[in-house]
Ligand binder design. Structure first.
Ligand SMILES: Cc1cc2nc3c(=O)[nH]c(=O)nc-3n(C[C@H](O)[C@H](O)[C@H](O)COP(=O)(O)O)c2cc1C
Length: 188
């Protein structure tokens, strides 16, 4: 085995392949959706998540106004729309209409949830002005969650051979993704 030194600028790529998600929000008479690869669980009870939302994004402007956002976990079948939602800005027009992204109502918040995804987390922002300003890091308390029972039940993901289109996306870099592979357990 040869151990390769990785440039610090690429070090994040060693951890980068958690599920890429769609962040959606509604406020100020607008709605929006963007892709985010930097989204992670932060706490169990009450459940919290952390997500990096850059200052340049329209999503951030709306989240600051709404105090809420939704996380939807998209699938392989949605890849072109995920990339487009992560490339275009909602400032230039409604991405849902432009990209043919359908939504449904959340249970607890005003943000729309994305149809065709396999999991949804509804979040209320826990304001942390310093982290938001300095690190673009937003913390949300999860106030409702749901998942597609075809691939998540009994508290875990289970992708089978017929579920290829439903597998989650894991961004590597530069527009390349892995899709969720085989499950292994500590007993394997
Ligand atoms: C795969 C992928 C992952 C991304 N991850 C993030 C992220 O974690 N945080 C972020 O601020 N932007 C991320 N982006 C960029 C935003 O999605 C992009 O800036 C988007 O156009 C913002 O849209 P908006 O201006 O409508 O909010 C990602 C883009 C792609 C394609």
């Amino acid at each position: 085995m040869a151990r390769l030194d990785i440039a610090l600028a690429h070090s994040y790529r060693l951890l980068n392949h958690g599920p890429t998600v769609l962040i959606s929000v509604a406020a100020l008479g607008r709605r929006n959706v963007m892709a985010a690869a930097w989204c992670m669980p932060l706490d169990f009870d009450p459940p919290k998540v952390a997500v990096v939302i850059d200052k340049s994004t329209f999503t951030r402007e709306l989240i600051l106004a709404a105090g809420e956002f939704a996380i939807s976990v998209p699938t392989r079948a949605m890849l072109p729309r995920v990339v487009a939602a992560g490339s275009d800005s909602g400032r230039d027009g409604d991405k849902f209409t432009a990209l043919g992204i359908d939504t449904f109502a959340a249970q607890q918040i005003s943000a729309p949830l994305i149809e065709g995804c396999v999991a949804w987390l509804e979040c209320r922002v826990l304001p942390e002005a310093h982290n938001e300003a300095r690190y673009d890091l937003f913390i949300g308390e999860v106030v409702a969650a749901s998942a597609d029972s075809r691939v998540f039940s009994d508290g875990r993901w289970h992708f089978g051979p017929d579920d290829d289109a439903l597998r989650t996306l894991h961004h590597v870099a530069g527009g390349a993704f892995f899709v969720t592979g085989d499950m292994v357990t500590g007993q394997d």
